[in-house]
Design a binder for this molecule. Structure first.
Ligand SMILES: [Zn+2]
Length: 160
């Protein structure tokens, strides 16, 4: 597998794991020449997953970018260390199992908000305030009031 950064052919696999009940194998690879890390997916029918942004720009789905966005929202919140990684894997699994090669970025954002909402309300508000860019304080207050009305996520609950 060629390094996307420098073109070196001899990259090595540093991690391998099954996604969505083994239909997909995800491999993390590292280039020995430039240390770039990247991810490859092996499927029965190789499917690209492209995210279409609101302005029409298309980008390859970046699971690690999603995981780091989730991790940022979950910083110092009382959730398991791997919560962001798990949520990113779950979101990716859901996107890929839908079987479409293109998904709108709003779908990815909605899934991320759904996962965070079930994990931790503060993280959810952090993420939503960036992602949805609340128009004003009233919008934010409405969202917070709604969360209060629903109560806290159950401790130790897994989002499956
Ligand atoms: Zn390289």
């Amino acid at each position: 597998m060629r390094c996307p950064q420098c073109g070196t052919r001899d990259t090595r696999v540093i991690d391998s794991r099954d996604l969505d009940e083994s239909a997909t194998i995800r491999r993390r690879r590292e280039c020995p020449a430039c240390s770039t890390r990247f991810t490859t997916y092996e499927r029965v029918e190789a499917a690209r997953l492209v995210v279409v942004k609101r302005d029409g720009v298309r980008q390859e789905f970046d699971r690690d970018k999603l995981a780091s966005g989730l991790a940022k929202a979950l910083t110092r919140r009382p959730v398991p260390d791997d919560a962001a990684e798990r949520a990113a894997d779950e979101i990716e699994g859901e996107l890929r199992s839908a079987g479409q090669s293109e998904v709108p970025s709003s779908r990815v954002g909605a899934l991320a908000m759904e996962k965070l909402r079930a994990l931790d309300h503060i993280a959810y508000i952090r993420f939503a305030s960036v992602y949805q860019s609340f128009e004003d304080l009233e919008d934010l207050k409405r969202e917070v009031d709604q969360l209060f009305a629903e109560g806290s996520p159950k401790k130790g609950k897994r989002t499956a």
